[in-house]
Write a protein that binds this ligand. Structure first.
Ligand SMILES: Nc1ncnc2c1ncn2[C@@H]1O[C@H](COP(=O)(O)OP(=O)(O)OP(=O)(O)O)[C@@H](O)[C@H]1O
Ligand SMILES: [Mg+2]
Length: 476
């Protein structure tokens, strides 16, 4: 029988997610993240258990998160069962870092998306919410073909800079032109890439997102172009890469400036000739993908210092999209805050109506180094903690200016005592202080306290154990 996550969440209590992985710690982590997002979780430790649980709750399940490597069943066969028995439920597969060709295969077999181990909590949240959004759409009331894609990934903003981006997206989505999206972290680059795909004729074909900075050079090449059996140790079969997996659809090359110069040459060739040569092969295969690339680096500077090829830049930058940092469009903060309040309170089953004027003022006064993502996270945290109808006040993290004023190279004074100090001990004290405060503010609830401190449940638990903050009762 499927264990219920933490033993305290029952199916029927909210929108249900089936988590299936044979690693208990991973199930626990996923369950916590999902519960924080307002879902209920049923989990299974084996393929057989997953299938039984799936059949039992298939009417309620809105998403399946499935490890592909199972001790008892073939992951691909299980995926096929899900997609034939309940085709509307999106499946997100979990794959190990080194075997991501499984991910390609899984996307082929109908998985909606994949998460690679080891993963970041933020990445899980994004994938999950996207996938459930997809499920809602497929079940939602009948929408006209024109309006449905408009709703998928809302790019919110009235500021002229973001309006221009939206216009551009609408104009170029239907072309096959390569797009280069530039902008700081959290400004919405991936959102724009998805919007381009969803508004194109390729919308029913795969959208494959590859984070180029997450791989070593050799691995990235075999991921992108595929490899032949025996091309390197451990390559036991011919395997397609992401280019082939995205055939007919869109390939999103995220963090494109982090590719090595050698890989850049190879990408250039694919773009120019529309052919892919798998690692270890001499035979090129034709491929039809629309390429959207993104970077949060200043790519002009990368070209100047020789780490990015100018010819590739021109190939990618056919349509340039510049996403403004949030601090340059602070007029949009109330609109975005309202949007995130609605989004999160709906998801958590709360009935928040808004945010106070003084809280908005505080949000406007902040510089937003993490841009829209940071605003999204902060609002989410406040929605979770809010007891009333309105967010009355907001707590922001202390902000250290990103770039110190020109010429101020001298370190800022923290007041090191003349006799010296034990920094480690001091930092532990500071950490303990914040942990205590957060735990007492949330009545000892570790999940909420972790949210308040902007950390995952897991690192909260780790820190509490490490520092033994035990004088407040902890509710898990
Ligand atoms: N204009 C916007 N309207 C609504 N939500 C937005 C907007 N811009 C960003 N977001 C939200 O902020 C989060 C971060 O966006 P996204 O992942 O697209 O950023 P990014 O530029 O790719 O960041 P990174 O460089 O760190 O990967 C997402 O949850 C996204 O939905
Ligand atoms: Mg991104």
């Amino acid at each position: 029988m499927a264990e219920k996550s933490n033993g305290n969440v029952l199916p029927g209590a909210g929108r249900l997610v089936l988590v299936s992985d044979d690693e208990p710690s991973l199930r626990e982590l996923l369950s916590h993240v999902l519960e924080e997002e307002g879902y209920s979780v049923v989990s299974a430790a084996s393929g057989q258990e997953a299938l039984e649980t799936f059949r039992k709750y298939s009417d309620e399940i809105v998403l399946i998160i499935q490890d592909l490597k199972l001790p008892d069943l073939d992951g691909a066969r299980l995926l096929a069962r899900y997609t034939t028995e309940a085709p509307g439920i999106p499946v997100v597969v979990i794959t190990a870092f080194s075997t991501s060709n499984n991910a390609v295969e899984a996307m082929r077999l109908g998985a909606y998306d994949y998460i690679k181990k080891p993963f970041e909590v933020d990445a899980i949240r994004q994938v999950v919410n996207r996938a459930v959004g997809k499920h809602d759409e497929s079940r939602g009331s009948v929408k006209s073909a024109e309006e449905a894609p408009q709703r998928k990934y809302d790019l919110i903003g009235n500021h002229h800079s973001i309006q221009e981006v939206m216009d551009l997206v609408n104009r170029v989505a239907s072309t096959d032109s390569t797009v280069l999206i530039q902008g700081e972290s959290g400004t919405g680059k991936e959102l724009v890439a998805r919007a381009l795909h969803d508004r194109s004729q390729r919308q029913d074909e795969p959208f494959i997102s590859v984070n180029c900075s997450a791989f070593t050079e050799t691995l990235l090449e075999s991921e992108l172009f595929g490899h032949k059996k025996g091309a390197f140790t451990g390559s036991v079969a011919d395997t397609d890469g992401f280019f082939m997996a995205a055939d007919g659809g869109t390939l999103f090359l995220d963090e494109v400036a982090d590719m090595s110069l050698t890989t850049q040459v190879k990408i250039l060739r694919v773009i120019e000739e529309r052919i892919v040569t798998p690692v270890g092969s001499t035979c090129a295969e034709p491929v039809n993908v629309r390429i959207v690339a993104a970077t949060n680096k200043k790519i002009r500077e990368e070209i100047e210092d020789g780490s990015f090829r100018e010819d590739l830049y021109y190939r990618l930058n056919v349509i340039p999209v510049e996403l403004p940092p949030l601090r340059d469009r602070k007029e949009d903060i109330p609109l975005l805050a309202g949007y995130f309040i609605r989004k999160h309170s709906e998801r958590m089953g709360k009935e928040l109506t808004g945010i106070s004027e003084s809280a908005i003022e505080k949000l406007r006064g902040y510089e937003w180094p993490g841009n829209v993502r940071e605003l999204d996270n902060i609002i989410q945290r406040h929605v979770a903690l809010c007891k009333g109808k309105e967010i009355e006040s907001v707590q922001l993290r202390d902000h250290v200016p990103a770039s110190p004023a020109e010429g101020s190279a001298a370190p800022r004074g923290f007041g090191i005592p003349e006799q010296g100090m034990d920094l480690e001990e001091h930092l532990d004290d500071v950490e303990t202080g914040f942990l205590r405060e957060a735990l007492s503010a949330t009545g000892g609830n570790m999940t909420e306290a972790a949210r308040l401190l902007g950390m995952s449940y897991r690192s909260m638990r780790y820190r509490v154990q490490k520092l033994r903050v035990r004088d407040t009762e902890i509710v898990v």
